[in-house]
Structures are given as C-alpha cells and as structure tokens.
Design a protein around this ligand. Structure first.
Ligand SMILES: *Cc1c(COP(=O)(O)O)cnc(C)c1O
Length: 425
C-alpha cells in the first residue's frame, strides 16, 4: 500500500467522531493524568506506516513503535480491517464461554512455537505474573518444593506489578515499594559460573530452585543478546535438575529478532514463555504459553476478565497471519542487517563516542562510551529534533525498535539522524 493510501486510511479514521479534542494541551493533560512518565513535549495525533504526526503537523519517523509494539506500524489496513470486523461482530464476552478468536490465536501461537498451551491476559507484566504462578504451582504440586525460588538476572526487566518488579533485577524499579515478593534470587546475565553457584547455594539444605526466568535478549536493560552457550548449558541444567526454564519474550517475541521467538536465536526451547508487546500490533494483549508437562493450571487457578477477549485475539491473529503470509521475518532480517551496518559505520566514524552496536533483527542498541558524559537521552533528543523518534534503553544505550514493516529508505533516514546527532554532540 502506498504512503498516500495509508494516509487516506488514517485521515478517514481521524474524522470519525470519537469525542477526542485535537486542541487538548500538554499542560491541561498534566492537570488530570498522574505524572508517572517523563514525557517528551510532543502531542501525537495520528500515524500511518512508520510515521506519526503531532498536533502541530510535524512529521516523525517512528523508530520507537510504541516501544517494540506496533508490529505493523500505524493505521495498517490489516489492523484497521481486523479491528473493524471484530468490533462489529463480537468484542468481549467472558471466559465463561468459548470464542473462536481465542482458540484460533492459541492454535496459531502453539503451531508456531515450542509450546502446547496458551493463557491470555492483557500485558507483559500480567503474562509474567501468570508464568510465576504456574512455576510456583508446578514447584509445590509436582516438584514438592515448599519454599520455591525463581532465579532471574541483573539488569532484567519483567514488568511493574509487585511480583514482576521483584523479578526485575534492577533496584531502581523496586525502590520505595517494599516489602517485595519473596522467592526471587538474582544472578549476572550471561554468567554461567554465577548461575551454577547460585543453584548450588540455594539448593544446599533443601531443594528450592523451581525456575530460571530470563529474557532471550535483555531489552530495557540495554539491548543485550543472550549468549548461545550460556542458554544451552542452562537448558541442560534445567533438564538434569527438573528446573523450569522461562523465557520472557515480551519485547523480543513476535518476530522482532528476525525469528518468530527470541529463544530461536539461542538454539533452545523454554518450558514456559511470555509474549505481549508486539503480539497485538499495539492492541493490548499478553500471553503465557507452556509445554504440556508443566500445564498444571486447573479451572479457578488463574483468570483475567479481559484476557483473551475476541477483539484483542482477532487483531493479534491478523498480525500473526500477516507476518507469515508476507514473510515479514525476511524483512526484519534484511532491514536489521542494514540498520546494524549503518550503526557500525557510525561507530567507526566516532570511535571515541560509540562503544558498541549490538542486537538481533529489528531490536538494536548503540552503546555510548561509558567514560563520556554524553547520554542516550541526548542522542535521542537530537534525533527527535531531526524528526526521528528513538528511545533509550538505560542511560548509555540508544534503542532502535521500528515497526517490522520498515523499509530501506526509512532505515537510512534513521541512520542519518544518528550520524548527525553524533556529529553535533
Ligand atoms: C515491556 C516489558 C515487560 C512489561 O510489559 P507491560 O506490558 O508493560 O506490562 C515485561 N518484560 C519485558 C521483557 C518487557 O520488555
């Protein structure tokens, strides 16, 4: 579809009477909405493809994509069609009943992953809560562990609920929210010796380690890919000891790495994994999937009012089918290589400013030299000034997570903006 046609679709939607005022100011916004975010002073109004426009009519190339969420970009005709169709047919009932949309989406995810069963919720944190509960129930009822521990990694990110900030190995997200949830232990990421030592220590007197929860690539923690040998050895340890391996695929799942699931880059299969961000292309949905042997939930064990409703599931199904039908993973791989090559050449041009470029597919990070005062926030601000939206992953890493439909010219534009940022900072 041409950008003009995409724009027309978006404009037609913008004209529909939703009651949203186009003149609501950011000052007024802050009078009503809690200040839990440090927002950029930009009010976004509409989007089409990989571009968004603010209320002043300024255009931005969107390499944030709702933080790795808008898989098909903005106002994609496939999303528009799925949303329109399903809202007119059946949008929400309850998990008191069966719906085809939920069943179809589960079938699609199961057929395209290592898992056998799916549970649906509405966000990444909720999906991880489900995984934590499933692992604990498995520990109590199958492994006979009275006081289970889940091992997670430093610099991980698993969400903002109480259990998931506890699982998250970053004190800044836990500060002021104690008492945290018991039963978590942290190890440095990609450090096998530390993990083996932790398991030995925790299991010294009685068996306690129930699960290891890791991101295949740490997203928020600085775009750090998992090490193949590390994950393969963890898989062996888990098999030997009967520990569950849980992959948090919330940011990297649904094709972002150039494979459908992040764990495919590591040559392992988790026992449980979670998905959310890109799953619905920007419609809120989360999923927790597991293999049959650890499918220990029974009616009443876990639930969500909105989880798996036909609206969210039909849209996610359309996104999944589009990825397969259009062979979108090939685009993710090609554009990812182009982006990394461009960022590598920037690193070569500014060797005293750039420490490293790393990532998989269309999740990439550019790390700034640690000894410099320069921050990722400054680079992001310079890119925004040039009309390109980027997002930091921590104070030193600039993250690139465009829609998976991004084209070569758009990747070039983003590279040029980053080059310009380093030239001027
Ligand atoms: C974003 C993220 C989450 C949390 O997802 P929410 O939808 O914000 O609850 C969990 N894990 C990872 C790896 C994430 O990137």
């Amino acid at each position: 579809m041409s950008p003009e046609a995409l724009l027309q679709t978006a404009a037609a939607i913008a004209e529909s009477p939703t009651g949203v005022s186009s003149t609501f100011t950011s000052e007024e916004f802050d009078d009503y909405v809690m200040k839990t975010y440090a927002r950029y002073p930009i009010t976004l109004e509409r989007g089409a493809g990989c571009r968004v426009w603010d209320t002043e009519g300024r255009e931005y190339l969107d390499f944030v994509a709702g933080i790795a969420t808008c898989t098909l970009g903005h106002a994609h005709p496939v999303m528009v069609e799925a949303v329109t169709q399903q809202i007119q047919t059946l949008h929400h009932v309850s998990n008191l009943y069966y719906t085809s949309a939920q069943g179809e989406l589960a079938k699609c995810l199961v057929n395209h992953s290592c898992a056998d069963r799916a549970f649906f919720c509405n966000s990444g944190a909720e999906a991880n809560e489900g995984a934590i509960k499933l692992a604990r129930k498995y520990a109590h009822t199958v492994l006979g562990i009275a006081d289970p521990v889940i091992i997670t990694a430093h610099a991980s990110f698993h969400g903002r609920t109480l259990a998931t900030i506890t699982a998250t190995g970053q004190p800044k997200y836990q500060k002021d929210f104690s008492p945290l949830v018991p039963g978590f232990h942290y190890v440095p990421y990609n450090d096998l010796a530390a993990l083996e030592q932790a398991i030995a220590d925790l299991d010294k007197d009685e068996r306690r380690v129930a699960a290891i929860l890791l991101e295949a690539l740490q997203g928020e923690g600085g775009v750090r890919p998992g090490d193949q040998a590390y994950f393969q050895r963890i898989r062996e340890i888990c098999d030997q000891k009967g520990i569950l391996l849980i992959c948090d695929e919330v940011q990297v799942g649904m094709g972002r790495t150039g494979k459908l699931w992040g764990y495919e880059n590591l040559g392992i299969e988790p026992d449980i994994f979670t998905s959310a961000k890109g799953l619905g292309g920007g419609i809120p949905i989360g999923a927790m999937l597991c293999k049959e042997f650890c499918n220990v939930f029974h009616p009443g064990d876990h639930a969500s009012t909105f989880g798996g409703n036909p609206f969210a599931c039909a849209v996610a199904l359309a996104v999944c089918q589009f990825i397969e039908r259009e062979n979108l993973l090939a685009n993710v791989q090609e554009r990812g290589e182009q982006l990394r090559a461009g960022l590598q050449s920037i690193a070569a041009r500014y060797p005293d400013k750039v420490a490293e470029v790393r990532g998989w597919g269309l999740i990439n990070g550019l790390e700034i030299k640690p000894d410099l005062e320069l921050t990722s926030a400054q680079v992001v601000q310079s890119a925004i000034d040039q009309g390109v939206l980027l997002v930091p992953a921590g104070p030193k890493v600039v993250r690139f997570v465009p829609p998976l439909i991004v084209n070569a010219a758009e990747v070039d534009q983003a590279i040029q903006a980053v080059d310009q940022a380093f030239a001027s900072l």
